[in-house]
Design a binder for this molecule. Structure first.
Ligand code: HEC
Length: 110
């Protein structure tokens, strides 16, 4: 059992580098403050009426972190989003992922 879990964790670390340490990581309030720079495209609290932009509210935190890291490092490219992500630090990404994963139509968070 123990060996199986270790292998699974190692596989996750390879598939999603950086996420294992960050799952509990971010600060909701800092994330909320930092999210103001995302509102123009992703909407208030991560819900946008504009179909050009994806909703972020309620998305899984690990997924958000991986996507932001991929934009930042160039593994995922988008002419609009890449420059935004390049300006973020690792800590910003954790705070933003914590914030956006905690808000949304199904969440209790303010
Ligand atoms: C100027 C507009 C703009 C701003 C500002 C912006 N984004 Fe984006 N974002 C986009 C676009 C466009 C996409 C879709 C990219 C694609 O199609 O690959 C996107 C995609 C994303 C994704 C991937 C979503 C998914 O479902 O895969 C995340 C995560 C994200 N943005 C986070 C943020 C965060 C956090 C901020 C604020 C720090 C931010 N964005 C600011 C335009 C923007």
């Amino acid at each position: 059992m123990r060996a199986t879990a270790t292998v699974a964790m190692a596989a996750m670390a390879v598939t999603f580098p950086g996420t294992t340490a960050a799952l509990a990581g971010g600060d909701f309030e800092l994330g909320r403050a930092k999210s103001l720079q995302c509102v123009a495209c992703h909407g208030e609290r991560g819900m946008t009426p504009n179909p050009m932009f994806p909703h972020l509210a309620g998305q899984n935190a690990a997924y958000l972190e991986v996507q932001l890291e991929h934009f930042r490092t160039g593994q995922r490219y988008n002419a609009i989003m890449t420059p935004v992500a390049e300006a973020l630090t690792r800590e910003d990404i954790e705070d933003l992922a914590t914030y956006f994963s905690s808000v949304g139509p199904l969440a209790d968070a303010p």
